[in-house]
Design a protein around this ligand. Structure first.
Ligand SMILES: Cc1cc2nc3c(=O)[nH]c(=O)nc-3n(C[C@H](O)[C@H](O)[C@H](O)COP(=O)(O)OP(=O)(O)OC[C@H]3O[C@@H](n4cnc5c(N)ncnc54)[C@H](O)[C@@H]3O)c2cc1C
Length: 460
């Protein structure tokens, strides 16, 4: 077990993954490890948006360094935005809190029917519980009578955004909708609701200082899960032989939507049922030659990692890694978030390139390498996010359609639903790294549907 170690590079010898380079987070020591094969299970990259429901440590570094060593990165622009999170409350927030999906079983989602009423609510002149039924718009129930409040996450999120864009959002920022339990409390009892959701209600009250038994919760969508990741084949092998990716760090299983599938289930399936067999098959059919960390490829990868650490420490600029991360997150959320369009994406691409240039001239990493140094850890991850962000934008720009977790405003039905273009975009976009500051090459893996017919989703 190597806890408190961060993987910072993959070692590839004769085209096969043969080891890793890590940094000890307590001592700063760079270490190398040789292996017959390498498995990455390093999670998703939702934190590229800075604010997300993910743990603060979640990052793309392991997958990104593998990408730069030759592993394709697939469908990076597909991000799942979860509809029921506690809204952003201020500039100094570093994380968003998820309110469980299960709440939509009983909670009813609504906003005031008119902009005027929403304004009065935002100013605190009217309390939500005092708004009459006739003055409320239960927009999911109205628009999707068959599914109501249980429409998939992408649909619920986009509709909440639309209500706020129309000026009918609530809360002090206007970026929230209500999730209301008054009906179920009336129909059953507060006690019954507490038995089902008591812990969540308590958490909500602790964070917002509002009692959801007495007034509706305020919720807003937040980045939650990344469907893109390292491209893998059926055996979970990346395009580097001997390098495997399991769980959220690969792109597989959930496709573009992950509308109802379980991420945890995928992680378990990958770890229990796939990897143990496919790695055995790889080792049996491609016996790797003996390799130790004395091989020059380890020294080279180690030197590269150390040089990068030294570079980050030597810049000594004026802005912290967090400041750059926040700025990147803002660009990603505004232009590559719940809704995207070509103009915004082009703007985002230029803005990210500019921010990346500034990062390498002006980042300030305090402390040293020989000690525990979270600023240094963050700086390395932010540097990788700054490259990934541009690829996400490129991927979103390439896909001239709307599809699940990727909604291009130019491509929607007259009712405002996602409009796919299966003739041109029924492929996995697998991006190939071509060198620093070079455009990545797009490889297309065609999606073949043998047993189902592709149709427009409808929740009406
Ligand atoms: C709030 C929340 C609620 C969720 N609820 C559900 C749910 O109800 N159902 C469901 O199916 N899914 C849910 N998910 C999604 C699911 O939890 C994740 O998709 C899943 O945990 C991913 O598992 P993983 O093992 O692939 O990655 P992770 O659990 O993210 O583990 C990755 C590990 O790798 C480590 N790591 C990362 N980079 C490096 C590096 N460079 N070097 C060394 N270590 C590294 C990380 O520290 C972490 O320990 C939820 C997610 C969140 C955030």
């Amino acid at each position: 077990m190597y806890t408190r170690s961060e993987l910072l590079d993959i070692v590839v010898i004769d085209g096969q993954a043969r080891g890793i380079v890590t940094r000890n987070l307590i001592t700063g020591e760079t270490q190398t490890h040789a292996a017959h094969a390498v498995v990455l299970a390093t999670g998703g990259y939702g934190n590229v948006f800075y604010l997300s429901t993910n743990a603060k440590y979640c990052n793309v570094t392991a997958a990104w360094r593998a990408h730069k060593k030759g592993a394709y990165f697939a469908n990076p622009c597909f991000t799942q935005i979860h509809p029921t999170c506690i809204p952003v409350s201020g500039d100094y927030q570093s994380k968003l809190t998820l309110m469980s999906e299960s709440l939509r079983n009983d909670g009813r989602v609504w906003v005031p029917k008119t902009v005027e009423m929403a304004e009065r609510v935002r100013k605190g002149e009217v309390k939500p519980q005092d708004i009459k039924e006739d003055d409320r718009d239960y927009f999911l129930e109205r628009k999707y009578p068959a599914f109501g409040n249980l429409v998939p996450r992408d649909v619920a999120s986009r509709n909440a955004k639309q209500m706020c864009d129309e000026g009918r959002g609530v809360g002090s920022t206007g970026l929230a909708v209500y999730l209301d339990f008054a009906d179920v409390i009336k129909r059953t009892s507060a006690e019954a609701v507490s038995q089902k959701y008591g812990n969540l209600f308590e958490m909500y009250e602790k964070i917002t200082d509002e009692n959801p038994y007495e007034m509706p919760m305020r919720i807003y969508p937040a980045v939650h899960y990344t469907m893109g990741g390292l491209w893998v084949d059926y055996n979970l092998q990346t395009t580097i032989p001997g390098l495997y990716a399991a769980g959220e760090c690969n792109f597989s299983d959930h496709g573009a939507n992950r509308l109802g599938a379980s991420a945890l289930m995928q992680g378990l399936a990958d770890g229990y049922f796939v990897i143990p067999y496919t790695i055995g098959d790889y080792l049996a059919s491609t016996p790797p030659k003996p390799v130790t960390t004395d091989h020059p490829a380890f020294a080279e990868a180690k030197a590269g990692v150390q040089a990068r650490v030294e570079q980050l420490l030597s810049i000594n600029g004026n802005r912290t890694p967090d400041q750059f991360h926040k700025a990147l997150g803002h660009i990603m959320w505004e232009y590559c978030g719940m809704a995207r369009n070509a103009e915004g994406l082009k703007h985002a691409k230029a803005a990210i390139q500019q921010l990346r240039r500034e990062f390498w001239q002006d980042v300030k990493v305090v402390g040293s390498n020989e000690d525990m140094n979270q600023a240094l850890e963050k700086a390395g991850r932010v540097a990788d996010f700054l490259e990934l962000g541009e690829l996400m934008v490129d991927d979103a720009l390439d896909r001239n359609e709307s599809c699940g977790g990727h909604f291009r405003e130019e491509y929607q039905t007259p009712e405002g639903e996602a409009l796919r273009d299966d003739d041109h975009y029924a492929y996995v976009a697998a991006w190939e790294y071509m060198g620093d500051n070079q455009p990545e090459r797009l490889n297309k893996e065609e999606l073949v549907f043998e047993n189902v017919k592709l149709t427009q989703r409808s929740y009406k």
